[in-house]
Design a protein around this ligand. Structure first.
Ligand SMILES: Nc1ncnc2c1ncn2[C@@H]1O[C@H](COP(=O)(O)OP(=O)(O)OP(=O)(O)O)[C@@H](O)[C@H]1O
Ligand SMILES: [Mg+2]
Length: 338
């Protein structure tokens, strides 16, 4: 018989609301997360991802709506929920002044393990996460990737039934991101359900069985990565022409070849179009190749061409008609990054 931790729904939320002053962080969020899977909450800064996680992990009371975790209400049965969940926060909880081993042993002791058992579990986890050599060093001396791994190790010490991972790879280099992805896969293979928040479409695509796209405190789209991608197009063709005067002709040729609307960019040499959308059986790459051939045949000179996965921005544009990050905020962010 399958165990209850891997069947049915791990999370059911209906109409969750939560405001901070004037800000509606959650504006009626519905979620249904099947047990035994990775479920992605995908959304831009301020979408309400962390607020949703905090409500579901019983750290924050909702203003309205209700949510159950493995059938237990997060408000009225918070203790029973807490017994089954673990949270790796965006701003996580290990003690920076302690070493990796000390942190894990301490947590094991807090969870009721005797000292030798806590030490054994710590060693196992450090080995599993590639941190054996770093175990004796203070966590504040860890790299970003090592830090993320010790955070996850700490949160699965007692193999929770539901693990919240709040942006576990934001700011990591590609290699460290891959390591975290491997860990998430291993955790799920052991029967833990993972609710993963991310701002990266490719991360949700890599890990999640289903994804909820969140914007302004609501789920605006839900489905498997394949369903979401086919609803917005599997990729985007970016073209730059040699001669701006050829752009109207290029637009016509592209539109005919791809069967989708072509966007004219602010740069008078540039055009973009989505490819691989529903209703076209050809793979995105093949569609793009045909379109290029048609352009060449029409005598249009293309200086630069790329075929990209849809970005989070493109998902948002397709679903909401507004970019994930409004242009004025993006300018502020760029300014702040300087
Ligand atoms: N404790 C708080 N006090 C005031 N406002 C808050 C608080 N927590 C969240 N907010 C606001 O609620 C909204 C949703 O925030 P939340 O942290 O849930 O977003 P997020 O999707 O996790 O974003 P990010 O990707 O930046 O982590 C934001 O406008 C945020 O400023
Ligand atoms: Mg957040």
């Amino acid at each position: 018989m399958m165990s209850e931790r891997t069947t049915g729904l791990a999370i059911e939320a209906e109409g969750l609301t939560r405001s901070f002053g004037e800000t509606r962080a959650l504006a009626g969020m519905d979620l249904q997360v099947p047990a035994g899977t990775v479920y992605g909450l995908l959304g831009p800064n301020g979408a309400g991802k962390t607020t949703a996680v905090r409500v579901l992990a019983t750290l924050l009371r909702p203003d309205g709506g209700r949510a159950r975790v493995f059938g237990h209400d997060v408000v009225t049965q918070a203790d029973r929920v807490r017994a089954r969940v673990s949270l790796t926060g965006q701003y996580a909880s290990v003690d920076e002044d302690l070493t990796g081993v000390e942190n894990l042993v301490l947590l094991g002791r807090l969870l009721g393990l005797r000292k030798p058992a806590a030490r054994e579990r710590a060693d196992q986890l450090l080995a599993a996460f590639g941190l054996t050599d770093a175990g004796a060093r203070q966590v504040k001396k860890y790299s970003g990737g090592m830090r993320r791994r010790i955070d996850i190790a700490a949160s699965i010490l007692n193999t929770p039934d539901l693990l919240f991972l709040d942006e576990p790879t934001t700011g990591l280099d590609p290699r460290s991101r891959n390591q975290v992805w491997e860990i998430v896969r291993a955790v799920v293979a052991h029967g833990t359900t993972v609710l993963l928040t991310t701002q990266y479409l490719d991360e949700a695509d890599q890990l999640a069985g289903r994804i909820a796209v969140v914007d302004h405190g609501r789920v605006i789209a839900e489905g498997t990565p394949g369903e979401l991608k086919s609803s917005i197009g599997a990729g985007t063709v970016h073209l730059r022409l040699r001669d701006a005067a050829q752009r109207p002709e290029a637009e016509k040729v592209l539109q005919a070849a791809l069967g989708v609307p072509v966007q004219l960019e602010a740069d008078s040499l540039a055009l973009t179009a989505r490819v691989g959308s529903e209703g076209n059986d050809l793979a995105a790459g093949e569609q793009a190749a045909r379109a290029l051939a048609d352009l060449a045949r029409a005598g249009i000179v293309v200086d630069d061409f790329s075929l990209g996965q849809p970005s989070l921005d493109e998902v948002f544009l397709a679903l909401t008609d507004h970019p994930a990050v409004p242009d004025d905020e993006r300018d502020e962010q760029l300014e702040a990054a300087r």
